[in-house]
Design a binder for this molecule. Structure first.
Ligand SMILES: *[C@@H]1O[C@H](CO)[C@@H](O)[C@H](O)[C@H]1NC(C)=O
Ligand SMILES: *[C@@H]1O[C@H](CO)[C@@H](O)[C@H](O)[C@H]1NC(C)=O
Length: 415
């Protein structure tokens, strides 16, 4: 089962990486590369992933209003440049779901965005969402308490991002550039639509943007969403699904869920494995092995349900309690409030980069997002399209600097 688990995680995370004649083959059978490195657990991200490359790195923590203690890594300078952090502009990197900030550091320094930004004159801050390995602290709850996991990405919008922006601003005295990937784009767009963070923001680059999810064509992702919601309903009635508060991709409950998904008619995980992960655009197989040492990471089951609701519903709303009375109790209305993407102020400098092979950030969903932004100031919205790129390429591709990062960095210098 461990093999199936890894394979399905790869499919979920790399979904949309269609086979083709690509630069490098991903050999998924390199079991040796999947062996955990015991020393990883004993060091923070700075020690294990940044300092080893010769960069200065500081560990910081920020506490949210609802008590979560989040870790942040700061790379205040590049390897060679002699300037000081005072001259540098802070940039905040926000990862997606089921991973943590380590995702920005997996490739060689000249290929990984965090290092490229540090060497490019930025003061780099790496966020780690609540519930991930280095952000599991809380002022009064333990991560063993169900109450610890009572959140979805709504709370990232409400608490985590504001606390992080305020902290970085307080430390640097400057407005912040933002780079989000996947869920990291969703929470930024949702915040901007409510006019949050704007007083502390310079501009934002959104890689593989996720807002509308109604078109996700990836069969496994859709099926996972369906089975997932069904499983959770069963759990509510029979308490069948244990460990349900924490969605731990390495845990038993998720294992059970994956079995259910893989048994569905029309879904053959072994075939999908081959077809989705056989050959990826531009991933280094060593990086993928490295990825599996650090990721995947936990999130709240409630967050996975929220994302699944978006795949099924096709709209961007707050978490749906699935019952009128409960929604009224939480929101004062029978349906969850909508995040209105047309409400994003038209003068925020936004850089969007999306991929033609990305089945989680689907081209049709991107069109829906761009339609919401149709009145955005022309000189404040740049859209980049990478035909060959899929979801993970935006953070892990070997050639991402040339293909993607150089132009949002130029955009940051302009805005
Ligand atoms: C792939 O990653 C390994 C390990 O970091 C590195 O030695 C190798 O140079 C990388 N290959 C390319 C083409 O970047
Ligand atoms: C969304 O915002 C736009 C622009 O502010 C407004 O015209 C539109 O009515 C809003 N839509 C909803 C559903 O609130």
């Amino acid at each position: 089962m461990a093999t199936v688990l890894r394979l399905v995680l790869l499919v979920i995370i790399f979904c949309g990486s269609a086979p083709g004649a690509r630069t490098q083959e991903l050999d998924v059978n390199q079991e040796a590369g999947l062996a955990p490195l015991p020393q990883v657990a004993n060091y923070g991200i700075c020690k294990s992933m940044v300092e080893i490359h010769g960069y200065v790195c500081q560990e910081h923590t920020v506490t949210t209003e609802d008590g979560y203690i989040l870790s942040l890594q700061r790379i205040p300078a590049g390897r060679s440049s002699g300037d000081t952090p005072q001259e540098r502009r802070p940039v905040l990197l926000q990862h997606g779901v089921l991973v943590d900030g380590a995702i920005w550091l997996l490739n060689l320094p000249h290929q990984s965005l965090a290092f490229i930004l540090a060497d490019g004159g930025f003061d780099v801050w790496i966020a780690n969402s609540r519930g991930t390995k280095w952000s599991r602290g809380h002022t009064s709850l333990s991560s063993d308490d169900p109450a610890y996991w009572d959140w979805s990405w709504d709370q990232f919008v409400e608490y985590d991002l504001p606390a992080t922006f305020q902290y970085v601003h307080h430390q640097t005295g400057k407005k912040i550039y933002y780079v989000g990937h996947s869920q990291g784009t969703l929470i930024a767009l949702a915040s901007f639509s409510q006019e949050k963070l704007l007083n502390l923001l310079k501009s934002a680059a959104l890689l593989s943007p996720i807002a509308y999810l109604g078109q996700v064509p990836c069969p496994l992702a859709r099926s996972a969403a369906e089975v997932f919601i069904a499983e959770v309903n069963i759990q509510i009635i029979t308490n069948f699904w244990l460990g349900v508060d924490e969605f731990d991709p390495k845990g038993k409950a998720v294992d059970k869920l994956l079995k259910a998904i893989c048994n569905k008619p029309g879904i053959n995980c072994y075939n999908l494995f081959t077809s989705f992960t056989g050959k990826n655009c531009c991933l280094n197989s060593s990086t993928v092995d490295f990825f599996l040492e650090y990721e995947p990471q936990s999130t709240a089951t409630k967050n996975m349900i929220h994302l699944a609701q978006m795949i099924r519903g096709g709209s961007i709303t707050m978490y749906d309690y699935g019952d009128k009375d409960k929604n009224v109790k939480h929101y004062g209305q029978p349906t969850p409030p909508v995040y209105n993407m047309s409400g994003i102020p038209s003068d925020i400098p936004l850089y969007l980069s999306y991929g033609g092979k990305d089945k989680l950030s689907d081209v049709n969903d991107i069109q829906a997002l761009l339609y919401s932004l149709k009145d955005h100031d022309r000189d404040k919205l740049v859209v980049q399209y990478q035909e060959d790129y899929a979801h993970a390429d935006f953070v892990m591709a070997m050639n991402a600097k040339q293909m993607v990062y150089d132009s949002p960095m130029a955009f940051f210098r302009l805005h």
